[in-house]
Design a protein around this ligand. Sequence first.
Ligand code: TEU
Ligand code: CA
Length: 534
Amino acid sequence: MKWWQEAVVYQVYPRSFKDSNGDGIGDIQGIISKLDYIQYLGVDVIWLSPVYESPNDDNGYDISDYYAIMEEFGTMQDMERLIKEASDRNIKIIMDLVANHTSTAHEWFIKAIEEPKSKYHDFYYFRENAGHVPNDLQSVFLGSAWTLNQEINEYYLHMFAESQADLNWHNKEVRLELYKMINWWLEKGIGGFRLDVIDYVAKDIDNKIITDGPLLHDYIQEMTSQTFSNYDVMTVGETWGADTEKAIRYSDLDGSELSMIFNFSHILLDQAGTEKWDYKALDLIDLKTNFEERQQGLYQKGWDALFWCNHDLPRIVSRWGDDGDYRSESAKMLGTLLHCMQGTPYIYQGEELGMTNVPFKTIDAYRDIETINMYNDRKAKGYSMEVIMDAIRHIGRDNARAPMQWDDGPYAGFSDAAPWIDVNPNYLKINVKNQRADENSVLSYYRKLIELRKKAPYKDILREGDFELIDPKHPDVFAYKREYTKDGLVVICNFRPYPVEFSIRGKEVILTNYQQARQGNLLRPYEAIVYSLN
Ligand code: TEU
Ligand code: CA
């Protein structure tokens, strides 16, 4: 077993985690001030969303200098101190490698424009201006993926915002520059990387192949051999286009590619149309089938990243739990379901509190470029305001980006000044301070889940055990068992806000989200129980 197969990861979105200097924007010193809390959780790794220099069009996913820290977040000394202070607490820092694109404010892009005959011009995808866009490729953030640069009268490709120009990975010079930067950061003692949209980097744009370009695995293997494999680090790829078969290849246990990937196939189960804004209710059978296929498909062949949330996704308790009467029970149930499977669990900041989506009424409370583009696009297309705002409230990315809720003081203890984005009004009720004092809080429960992975005999079962659904066709209960040598666990989760008949149980209760043992064969609303198998 590798260290990252025994780890639990905590994702920090720096802009929204903790502000230390009263400008309403989270920063690195703020994160350092909360390392004791992160250590208290019991996690082993922090995935830090980008802190590099950036114009912030996409909150740091538009990098203008990989070797400098965004001024609002602090200094390189702060970053080095964070790595050290985390290491003193046996916590590794993995950084966010955004290498599919750079900001158009990056010196490479500036030189590509100022010196079109220089080597930098081929660092990006430029095409001549024949009076129209080169082809109909569309940006993830809506609109054409091509923008005409007036200075050189050429189009350039951006799969995301106009200010995020796609790097041409087919140019070996680009790859070598990226490997140099990766090694520069690895030499600073970071624990690895999360790789932003890594399945886009080998795109074949003239054949309009964006995801899974033919040379993708060649490039990943080359990158790994020239960087990651020379250090004892973990890597996790963001691959919206992955399924289990691809996941096995990316996470091949021979270490030739990545440690694991984020497979979003479960996240897509409640998407109704081609865009995420058109959603439908989740069918629990689909979720059970999805996880069964992944757990069994990857068993002893690869490794999975287990997640519900991240900085791009709505809060899971609002999405597939209940953020009303049964918020606490359903948040614990969802945590139980995920953390008892095989793989490396990821907790997004606030998920351990059962933080919910934000109830903002109008578009001016939102900050995310993806949301604002959708608002303008659908308004122009004649969608009603309530339909637009309902979709944003349901699945917009700012649901994850409202400030972390530390206490019931001003701005939830996130900042002394008005934050860059409003705090969720429910911070008075949902915050670290009151949950640390409550042994029955979501926070206290998540700490028990994390601890389960650390202590015998459960850690071996969770890490190495197999996976088998129990009563797969049950429409309301997600139950499975994990077996490893003579030990095993039975995990039973009621996905409904009402009692459900379910007679199966295990030997003794290891963990449950209700204080009193259940009577008879009924599972209470969102009841989760982890039993020993025998
Ligand atoms: O996300 C890639 C990506 O495709 C997501 O934007 C996703 O499609 C969308 O957010 C669904 O709501 C990564 C980063 O996680 C994201 O924050 C960046 O905006 C994007 O890449 C560009 O770097
Ligand atoms: Ca600040």
